[in-house]
Design a protein around this ligand. Structure first.
Ligand code: WT7
Length: 635
C-alpha cells in the first residue's frame, strides 16, 4: 500500500526517506494505485539536468480527464464537482455534479473538434471565473489540445504576445466579465489583441454580461448554440505521459513572458498527491481556493488536483470586497468550506477592515487554511490564524512556482507543526538544497542561501515553449546540475525552510545579508502601518542601503511623520537589528502590484535608486497610477 495519505510526522519522515532513496519506486507505487492508465509506463524516470531533460512514466498512455472525471462517475456521479459562486451575492450558486461536468466537457470537446482543433493544437483561453473556464480547460485536455490560459485581467497587448508566442489557432472568451461593481468588456480586448494574431481562425464567445459586442463574420461564434447541438459523448484522446497538457506564461525579470510547458502524467500524479496531503482532503470536504484559474494555483489546485481526487472545488467569480469586505467569510459560511486557500495580499487587505466583517459569519466548518504566492508576514499569519482559523485550523504556507507545477515546500496539516512565516518541510520527492554564491551547497542547519532543487519531481515544467535555451539559461545554468528557483531561503535549527523572497530581494548592507521580509514584518507591526516594501539602493559606504515604502492605515496620518519614522526605525532595530534600519522611509498611498498581488520591487528599486528613466513595462500592473505618485514624492 503506497502512502498516498500521510497521517503523522513519523510517517512523513519515513515516506520522505523512501522518496529520496527510491524515488522511482516511490512515485511508481502512487501512480499505479491511484490513477487510471490505458497502458503502464516502460520506465519511471529518465533525467539529465544539464540538457535539461526530464521524462516521467515514459510511454504510459492515459487521458487526464478520464482521471479527473470519468473514473468518478460510478461512485460519485451525483456528487458536486464544482460549486460556482457568482460575482453577485444575490445570484444563485451553481452546483455542477460529476455527471454534469462529464457532459459539459464532452460537448465542449466536440465543439473544439468541429472547429478543426486536434491533438497538439494550442487553444488560448481568456475567460473570467465562470464554469465555462473549467469546461474549456478540460475539453482541451479531453482531445489532447494544449491549453494556454491567459488571466482575463491582462491587457490586449499582453494577450496578443501570449497568443502569438504559443501560435494559438483558437481563442475562447466571453462578451464580458463582472468584477465586483464593475463590468469589463472582454471581447473588445480580444478584438484588439487579434489584430496582431492573424493565425487565430476561430473565436468562441461565452455569453456572460450580455453587453453589445462585435462578432467578426467567419471567425467569431457564440458558444451556447454550438454546445446545444454537440453530442455529450466524446471518447478521450489517449495521449502519451509526456505529451504536453498546457502552456502557462510567467513573467521573467527580463524579456517577454516565458511559456512554461507542463506535460500530462507527472503533473497529474504530483498535483493529485499534494492536494490530498497538503489540504488533508477527505471525502465530503468542500474545498475553496480563491485564486483565478489564469494562474498556476488555479490550474493545479482548483481544477486538476481536486478533480483528480473526486473532490468538490469552489470557483468564485467575484472579488473579496464586493458587495462588502465580508464576502469571503460569507461564502465560507454559505458553502461550509472546509479548506480555504488564499494569498497573503488578500489576507492583509481584509485584516485592515473592521473585524465585524469576520465576526458576522460562522466559520466553524474550516479545518485547514492555506497561503500562497509570496512570503506571508508574521502579522498577517497571526491575523489569519487567530481570526479565521480561531487557532484551530493549521495554516499551510505553501511555497511553489508556475515552473514547479505543484506545491514543493509546505506543512501538512495535523502532521507538521507550523511556525509562522515558515513553509517548513519539503514534500516527499522534493530535494531542496541551499547554495552559496560560489556555487557550493551549504550543508547543515541554521543557514541561509539560494534555493535549488537537486532531483526532478513529476510536475516540473519541461521547457519554455519554443525556447529550450532560455529554459536552460534561466533555471539550470546558475548552479550546475541543479534547478535554481530564483528564491532565497533560510533553513532553521530543525530543518524548516523559510522563503526569504526572490534572491534579488536580498540586500547586502555593510556586508550583512538582509532578507526584505523580516524587515517588512517589523515595519508592519507598527499599529499605524498597513503595508510596506523595502528595497535596496546603492550607497557609497554600505554598498547598499535600505529604502522603505510605507502605506499608513489612515492616509491622514501626516501629523507626526517624523515621529512615525523614528518609531518605525526603533521597531526595526528591536526586531531585526539596527543594521536593518532604512536610510529612507517614504509614506505612500499604494504600492505597484502585479495582477496576482505581488509587489513589483523592480520598479521600487529603480525609484529608490533615482533611476526612473526606464521603468520597463508597467502596463500589466494592477495599479499603474501609483507609480507616478511615488516618483513625485520620492526622497
Ligand atoms: C514565486 C512564484 C505558485 C503559486 C503562485 C505564484 C513566491 C510563492 C510562496 C510562499 C514565499 C512564495 C516565490 C516564488 N512564492 N509562494 N508560500 N512563500 N514565497 O506563482 O507567480 O510562479 O511565483 O512566488 O518567490 O518563486 P509564481
Amino acid at each position: 500500500m503506497s502512502n498516498y495519505h500521510i497521517k503523522n510526522l513519523e510517517e512523513y519522515f519515513q515516506v520522505y526517506r523512501k522518496s529520496v532513496r527510491e524515488p522511482e519506486n516511490f512515485w511508481a507505487e502512487i501512480a499505479e494505485e491511484h490513477f487510471t492508465w490505458r497502458k503502464k509506463w516502460d520506465n519511471v524516470l529518465s533525467w539529465d539536468f544539464t540538457k535539461p531533460e526530464v521524462k516521467w512514466f515514459e510511454n504510459a498512455k492515459l487521458n487526464i480527464t478520464e482521471n479527473c472525471i470519468d473514473r468518478h462517475l460510478l461512485t460519485r456521479g451525483e456528487k458536486t464537482a464544482i460549486i460556482w459562486e457568482p460575482n453577485d451575492s444575490n445570484d444563485e450558486a451553481q452546483h455542477i455534479t460529476y455527471n454534469q461536468l462529464h457532459k459539459k466537457v464532452n460537448k465542449f470537446a466536440n465543439v473544439l473538434k468541429s472547429k478543426g482543433i486536434q491533438k497538439g493544437d494550442r487553444v488560448c483561453i481568456y475567460l473570467p471565473m465562470i464554469p465555462e473556464l473549467a469546461y474549456a480547460v478540460l475539453a482541451c485536455a479531453r482531445i489532447g489540445a494544449i491549453h494556454s490560459v491567459v488571466f482575463a485581467g491582462f491587457s490586449s497587448k499582453a494577450l496578443a504576445t501570449r497568443t502569438l508566442d504559443a501560435d494559438c489557432k483558437m481563442l475562447i472568451t466571453s462578451d464580458g466579465s463582472y468584477r465586483g461593481a464593475k463590468t469589463l468588456n472582454l471581447k473588445n480586448i480580444v478584438d484588439e489583441a487579434l489584430e496582431d494574431c492573424p493565425d487565430v481562425s476561430s473565436v468562441l464567445v461565452v455569453k456572460r454580461t450580455g453587453e453589445e459586442i462585435e462578432m467578426k463574420e467567419g471567425r467569431d461564434e457564440w458558444l451556447e448554440p454550438l454546445m446545444e447541438e454537440a453530442s455529450d459523448e466524446c471518447a478521450p484522446e489517449i495521449v502519451d505521459a509526456e505529451d504536453p497538457l498546457f502552456i502557462l506564461y510567467t513573467s521573467g525579470s527580463t524579456g517577454k513572458p516565458k511559456g512554461m510547458l507542463h506535460t500530462t502524467a507527472g503533473y497529474m500524479v504530483y498535483t493529485a498527491f499534494t492536494f490530498k496531503n497538503i489540504f488533508n482532503y477527505t471525502e465530503g470536504d468542500v474545498y475553496w481556493c480563491t485564486a483565478d484559474i489564469g494562474w498556476i494555483t488555479g490550474h493545479s489546485y482548483i481544477v486538476y488536483g481536486p478533480l483528480a481526487n473526486g473532490a468538490t472545488t469552489v470557483m468564485f467569480e467575484g472579488v473579496p470586497s464586493y458587495p462588502d469586505h465580508g464576502r469571503f467569510w460569507q461564502i465560507v459560511e454559505k458553502h461550509k468550506i472546509t479548506q480555504f486557500y488564499t494569498a497573503p495580499t488578500a489576507i492583509r487587505a481584509l485584516a485592515k477592515r473592521n473585524i465585524e466583517f469576520v465576526e458576522n459569519h460562522d466559520l466553524s466548518s474550516l479545518k485547514v487554511l492555506g497561503s500562497v504566492g509570496e512570503p506571508i508576514n508574521e502579522e498577517a499569519w497571526h491575523w489569519f490564524n487567530d481570526n479565521i482559523g480561531k487557532n484551530q485550523s493549521p495554516i499551510v504556507d505553501t511555497w511553489w512556482q508556475t515552473e514547479t507545477g505543484g506545491i514543493m515546500i509546505s506543512p501538512m496539516p495535523y502532521v507538521t507543526p507550523t511556525k509562522p512565516t515558515y513553509a517548513t518541510l519539503p514534500m516527499p520527492g522534493i530535494q531542496p538544497s541551499l547554495m552559496d554564491d560560489d556555487g557550493k551547497e551549504i550543508k547543515g542547519n541554521q543557514v541561509n542561501g539560494r534555493l535549488c532543487v537537486k532531483f526532478p519531481w513529476p510536475s516540473i515544467a519541461r521547457t519554455v515553449w519554443g525556447n529550450h535555451e532560455r529554459y536552460k539559461d534561466t533555471y539550470f545554468s546558475t548552479f550546475e546540475g541543479k534547478y535554481f528557483t530564483g528564491d532565497g531561503a533560510m533553513r532553521d535549527e530543525v530543518g524548516y525552510y523559510r522563503i526569504t523572497g526572490r534572491t534579488d530581494d536580498v540586500i547586502i548592507v555593510s556586508g550583512h545579508n538582509l532578507g526584505t521580509a523580516p524587515i517588512e514584518d517589523a515595519i508592519n507591526e507598527h499599529p499605524a502601518v498597513a503595508e510596506s516594501a523595502v528595497v535596496g539602493f546603492p550607497h557609497e559606504v554600505k554598498g547598499k542601503a535600505l529604502y522603505a515604502f510605507v502605506i499608513l492605515k489612515e492616509s491622514g496620518e501626516s501629523r507626526k511623520r517624523d515621529n512615525l519614522r523614528k518609531e518605525i526605525n526603533q521597531q526595526i532595530a528591536d526586531k531585526v537589528g539596527p543594521i536593518a534600519k532604512p536610510d529612507k522611509i517614504q509614506f505612500v498611498e499604494g504600492l505597484p502590484k502585479t495582477r496576482s498581488g505581488k509587489i513589483m520591487r523592480r520598479i521600487l528599486r529603480k525609484i529608490a535608486s533615482n533611476d526612473t528613466s526606464d521603468l520597463g513595462d508597467t502596463s500589466t500592473l494592477l495599479n499603474p497610477e501609483v507609480v507616478e505618485a511615488i516618483i513625485a514624492e520620492a526622497l
